[in-house]
Design a binder for this molecule. Structure first.
Ligand code: SF4
Length: 267
């Protein structure tokens, strides 16, 4: 087993986090807007982003010790995950994410944000309950229009299953977040639907959330995709402003996060 570490010092777009944690390398969800496509890992593999995923080459038995060492140096807030989804279809069999969560139950970090778009996340409710007060589960739900999802993230799980998973998590007492990021074309009822499904909502768009002021999204061809599908009026920062106004009808301001600050740990 290699000497690779699980925890990576956080940098760039993430605010308030000390580390990122990626159990897998690559991601079979293959979202068309995924900024990881433009990172070296997405470019140099030689296979299309979304077509491959590997288990990270690090020793699961060493995670807890690594976490204890990080904690001995100070505050530890983990973004889990930043360059993959921790609930890949492969996770059903491999349980890498589950074993890392078990390490956290034994050696709790100050905070961990579990960021996913997979309903498989509900499998680990028992562990999330043991991390209560230190954990939030954030589910990406960028739209309520399945025909939009099928164009922009065709390999990602259906939206209704994600909303359902969020509700199950919340009903189990877990601190939940709907991550509407990036905001996609949606129906007028979308703000109400996400507000009623999670403890809080965070919203971001292509113009702030890709970490490059929208340039990465342009390079990924998002504007063209919107044009081709007749959605170009949505490709504008005003869409986010309108959506946040809608959310305010259903949630107090403290439960609405916007851009990178909105993803920050609560403490
Ligand atoms: S789920 Fe996340 S990491 Fe995976 S392709 Fe989509 S945006 Fe990228």
């Amino acid at each position: 087993m290699s000497n690779a570490r699980w925890l990576t010092p956080a940098s760039g777009y993430l605010q308030g986090y000390t580390h990122t944690l990626n159990p897998y390398v690559g991601c079979t969800f293959g979202c068309s807007y995924c900024y990881v496509r433009r990172l070296p890992i997405g470019i140099f593999r030689g296979e299309p982003w979304g077509s491959w995923v590997d288990i990270k080459k690090a020793d699961p038995l060493k995670f807890q010790g690594e976490l204890a060492k990080a904690k001995s140096k100070g505050f530890v807030a983990i973004f889990f995950s930043s360059a993959t989804d921790p609930y890949q279809p492969l996770e059903v069999r491999e349980k890498v994410t589950r074993s890392l969560l078990m390490g956290m139950v034994n050696e709790p970090p100050d905070f961990v944000l579990v960021q996913t778009r997979s309903p498989l996340v509900i499998r680990d409710i028992d562990l999330f309950q043991q991390l209560q007060g230190k954990l939030r589960v954030s589910m990406t739900i960028e739209t309520d229009r399945e025909e939009v999802r099928r164009v922009i993230t065709p390999s990602a799980p259906p939206l209704a299953a994600r909303l359902n998973a969020l509700i199950q998590l919340r009903n189990a007492g877990i601190d939940t977040q709907a991550a509407v990021s990036p905001l996609l074309p949606h129906t007028p009822g979308f703000a109400k639907a996400v507000a009623e499904s999670a403890s809080r909502v965070v919203v971001d768009d292509y113009f702030h959330g890709d970490g490059s002021g929208g340039r990465r999204s342009e390079h990924l061809g998002m504007r063209q995709l919107y044009n081709e599908n007749g959605w170009i009026s949505w490709y504008d920062p005003s869409a986010l402003e309108r959506f946040v106004m809608d959310l305010r009808e259903y949630l107090p301001a403290k439960d609405i996060g916007v851009h990178a600050e909105g993803f920050a740990p609560p403490m």
